[in-house]
Ligand binder design. Structure first.
Ligand code: GLA
Length: 378
């Protein structure tokens, strides 16, 4: 209803502007109210699913569903004033129930891979689902991307939403009851802020992230190879043939992994077997929120700044996209037409003692923040 008011208000203002165009004397500003609204979005396995729409004062919108905590769209204006979504996705639940590769979803209990789907904690070996060859990927067969979260709106006038999920002891093989709260906020500066908190009653690995696939042109007919990217990281974690880190920390300088200065993604991608799908060791120090990456598309004028408190960033160039899935506008999603910038701890940390620990202990609070900020440059 609030959204409807906004549309009526915006239409009236546009009409007024058009009418005034001839005289060019009166200027009207479109007053858009920040708001959040909810709609039914069907159900899965007998559980109701909702879709929330967050609107900020610029008129940018983010849609988030309680199924998988998925960001289904993030609509902003380009430099010509045309609006489109900078993330790929679908306008109905059925597309997501068909299990696309984690489009826009919250990922947990463990983002990325755990080698041999096994880890040992406090002397006990835990067996997880091997859902990526012999390895465990993105929390297992039914990870946090495929469960229905409970949505709570903080205030009708603040475009912020909390999603809660309790992952039971033993779920997908992990120890401990884990209570997870994710807060999504759309600020008036076109920032999508994601704040993750979690608590457990037994020691467990936790590594939460969001798996949005960006194409800043808003059109999957354009690949992301001409987007430029800067990652503030002097090092990355090389992987074996099954994408498990070898344990080494390697310098990016002089390699195709060097994004310390903005570089076209396509410039050296052919020298990386399969395309980029690696974890960068961010230069950030301490625990404060810090800018770690900037993605830019000159044609649309959009840039995306990524801020995080996390030590790592998985940069994935949509290597496994193959044209079989169709974006909301009916266009086939081909390889390299969208990319992910997943803020995280390093893959396979539970088996790599030298990597920053991902073990959450009872009594501790897991807390990380990531911000995706859209900036317009003409
Ligand atoms: C992550 C992984 C990729 C791939 C995608 C989903 O980004 O690193 O290897 O599994 O998710 O397809």
């Amino acid at each position: 209803m609030k959204l409807m008011n906004y549309f009526i208000c915006a239409c009236l203002a546009i009409t007024t502007l058009a009418a005034c165009n001839n005289t060019a004397t009166v200027k009207e500003t479109v007053a858009i109210k920040a708001a959040i609204s909810k709609q039914d979005w069907g159900e899965t396995d007998g559980t109701k699913v909702d879709l929330y729409t967050l609107v900020n004062t610029k008129g940018s919108t983010v849609k988030i569903t309680t199924y998988g905590g998925i960001v289904t769209s993030f609509v902003t204006a380009d430099k010509s004033g045309n609006t489109s979504s900078i993330v790929i996705g679908f306008d109905s639940l059925s597309g997501y129930l068909a299990k696309p590769p984690y489009f826009g979803a919250l990922i947990g209990r463990y983002g990325n891979r755990i080698g041999n789907a096994t880890f040992t904690l406090d002397g006990k070996e835990y067996k997880l689902a091997a859902n990526d060859g012999k390895n465990h990927l993105h929390g297992g067969v039914k990870g946090f991307d495929k469960v229905v979260w409970t949505g709570t709106v903080i205030s009708d006038t603040l475009p912020a939403l909390t999603l809660t999920y309790v992952s039971k002891d033993g779920e997908e093989g992990y120890p401990g009851n884990l209570k997870v709260i994710v807060q999504y906020t759309l600020t008036n500066e076109d920032e999508l802020k994601i704040e993750y908190t979690a608590e457990t009653d037994k020691a467990t690995p936790v590594n939460l992230t969001n798996h949005s696939y960006f194409n800043l042109s808003g059109d999957v007919n354009n690949t992301i190879l001409s987007h430029t990217l800067m990652i503030d990281a002097n090092n990355y974690t090389p992987v074996d043939s099954t994408l498990i880190p070898t344990g080494e920390i390697k310098v990016v300088k002089g390699t195709p992994f060097d994004f310390t200065s903005p570089k076209a993604i396509g410039a050296e991608i052919d020298s990386v077997k399969g395309g980029y799908d690696h974890n960068w060791v961010l230069n950030r120090k301490g625990s404060i929120l810090q800018k770690v990456a900037v993605l830019a598309d000159t044609a649309s004028g959009r840039s995306l700044e990524v801020y995080t408190t996390e030590p790592g960033l998985q940069f994935y160039t949509g290597n496994f996209l193959d044209g079989k899935l169709v974006n909301r506008d009916g266009k086939a999603i081909q390889q390299h037409t969208a990319l992910c910038l997943e803020t995280q701890h390093f893959p396979d940390s539970p088996n790599k003692p030298a990597f920053p620990s991902t073990i959450l202990q009872p009594g501790q609070q897991y807390h990380t923040v990531t911000v995706y900020k859209v900036v317009l440059k003409n």
